[in-house]
Design a protein around this ligand. Structure first.
Ligand SMILES: [Zn+2]
Length: 571
């Protein structure tokens, strides 16, 4: 791993907070160090308050900020003396910790301080860098993890056993480091969690992370070499690497999986096929079921991915129902008065094929895809030189059902997006009309397939390609809006039929420029609208009349009063 520090940029920086922003972003640019909001950083500095008094302040990453894009406003300024006093309390609930950290801020408009703020305060250096580096968590998620970390770093790194993040972790570090000679160590490894490095200088703290992680990466490489030499010696031949795979995906089956998972979630989901190299390798691994269901790489991933994926074999329905029962069992085994989350999976491994990530939005599914790709890579690597061993189900449960996460559930805004997770294909048409329809659908939360590169669906191939694009980009198709009364649209509808059948509420809305006609097909539920605009579309006014009707048509179609089986809307 290379340091991304550039003197030309650093020479322009002149405040501690600006240095903090700079090196935080350098850490954030490396996905093997932190992913999507993971990790946190801080800087300790002095601030003169309103009364001319100098105060020691910890600027620590605010929750909701990502290291890759963080700005000065993303750091919460918290009084150091309060944080250090909190570390001495015998107990403190995480909700109270968040409350009192917030009360100790010198700027009430700043974001909530990271839940690791107390831990950052305890470390007696100006700059503290914390990452969830892949190489460190790969090593610590093995049965011999601690021994390997000690073999690798010896006394240069202080090792803290796994404990739940938040006050419990800060307290443990406080107790364990009371007599520590901080100058004698280069970093702290938190088992199954990550790495801390520190210095009074921004560059040294950052480059220490790069250096220690590079050592861990080289250590793993060396372990892999030793293992393959041993295999070669025993068998007389070099071990096989993973074979190149040529996976074939049945898109109709993928659309069906999306439909079933959405039904289990109780809301439309996007389903993104993840055919990255590690995903395909793990999907074809002979011990797939065993190694892929041991748990996440770091406990905070559970919030995005759930503890384990569903493994799809021959019978998708049976696999999903088994997943649901096991999730309920897991909840019942560890719950203490919490509210159960949804029992549908957030990602799947499709045996012999690839992985699939689910989400209410493409963004959410892509985050899951990134996290799980790194996890698959770590599992496969650990399995080659040792064994992948995640934290226990109970320890993961405590993070999934953390009081701070449960509080977020209660606050979760009731969004007003009836089309969230749904996939809509809109055929290209007169720009104004299409723009209005696309804007309206997007406002309602739909994923709208951009068909701008297509001009007319005059060949079956073009129709087929458009329909398949919906499944490849989003996992399926729910609504097809044909904006022209063109006979080729019928060909498109027929081509999309299979995917619409596997949609959640398959609907086809056909609208021409003059009327909002009824188009029917035996197998597709069609919205029948009998209103018409008996006007020519030549003038701007008439176009607006058309737009008005289009919008009302879509509004009616989306109305809870709309019954797709009866082909009518009560208005
Ligand atoms: Zn962490």
């Amino acid at each position: 791993m290379q340091s991304l520090w550039q003197n030309e940029i650093a020479d322009q920086i002149n405040t501690p907070l600006a240095f903090r922003v700079y090196t935080s972003r350098l850490l954030g640019q490396e996905p093997a160090l932190v992913l999507h909001g993971g990790g946190n950083t801080s800087v300790k500095t002095q601030v003169t308050n309103l009364f001319g008094e100098v105060e020691e302040i910890l600027y620590v990453k605010g929750s909701g900020w990502d290291l890759e894009t963080i700005e000065a406003a993303g750091f919460a300024p918290v009084k150091m003396d309060v944080l250090l006093k909190m570390a001495q309390l015998p107990t403190l609930s995480d909700s109270d910790m968040v409350k009192y950290q917030r009360a100790a801020m010198i700027d009430p408009s700043a974001p909530n301080p990271s839940v690791e703020a107390i831990l950052h305060a305890i470390i007696p250096f100006a700059y503290v860098d914390h990452t969830h580096a892949d190489a460190i968590v790969t090593l610590t998620n093995t049965p011999n993890g601690k021994a390997m970390i000690q073999e690798l770093y010896d006394k240069r790194v202080f090792v803290i056993p796994y404990v739940m993040p938040g006050f419990a972790l800060a307290k443990l570090v406080y107790e364990m480091t009371r007599d520590l000679k901080w100058q004698s160590i280069e970093g702290i490894v938190l088992m199954n969690h990550g790495l801390f490095t520190f210095s009074d200088d921004a560059k040294t703290a950052y480059e220490k992370t790069i250096e220690l992680v590079t050592e861990a990466e080289q250590f793993i490489e060396a372990q892999l070499c030793l293992k393959s030499e041993a295999v070669e010696e025993a068998s007389g031949q070099a071990p096989n690497g993973y074979p190149e795979q040529d996976i074939s995906i049945d898109l109709v089956e993928l659309a069906r999986i999306r439909k079933l998972v959405s039904a289990q979630k109780g809301a439309a989901q996007v389903a993104l096929l993840n055919s990255s190299v590690p995903s395909c390798h793990i999907a074809s691994h002979p011990k797939l079921k065993e190694i892929a269901t041991r748990g996440p790489l770091t406990p905070d991933h559970v919030i995005r991915t759930k503890r384990v994926p569903v493994i799809f074999g021959e019978n998708i329905e049976a696999d999903l129902s088994e997943y649901a029962s096991k999730y309920i069992e897991y909840f019942e085994a560890y719950q203490h008065e919490q509210t159960m989350l949804n029992y549908a999976p957030n990602f799947a491994i499709w045996q012999g094929k690839a992985a699939i990530s689910f989400g209410k939005t493409v963004k959410e599914a892509l985050i899951i895809e990134d996290i799980t790709s790194h996890t698959f890579d770590a599992i496969l690597t650990a399995e080659q030189f040792s064994q992948y061993q995640a934290l226990s189900a109970q320890e993961i449960f405590e993070v999934e059902y953390w009081e701070l996460e449960q509080a977020k559930l209660k606050k979760a805004a009731n969004n007003n997006m009836p089309l969230l997770g749904k996939v809509v294909m809109v055929t290209p048409a007169a720009t104004e009309v299409m723009q209005a329809v696309v804007e309206q659908l997007t406002k309602l939360g739909a994923n709208v397939l951009d068909l701008n590169e297509y001009h007319g669906f005059d060949t079956l191939d073009k129709c087929q390609e458009a329909a398949e694009t919906a499944v490849i980009d989003f996992g399926g198709l729910d609504i097809l809006v044909c904006l022209n009364d063109d006979s080729t649209n019928l060909m498109l509808i027929n081509t999309c039929e299979a995917f619409l059948e596997h949609g959640l509420c398959p609907t086809v809305l056909c609208v021409n420029h003059l009327t909002l006609p009824v188009m029917s097909s035996e197998n597709i539920n069609v919205l029948a609208l009998n209103s018409s605009v008996n006007t020519d579309i030549g003038s701007t006014e008439d176009k607006h009349a058309g737009l008005f009707n289009l919008t009302s048509a879509i509004t009616m179609m989306l109305s809870p009063e709309y019954d797709p089986n009866n082909d009518e809307v009560k208005v």
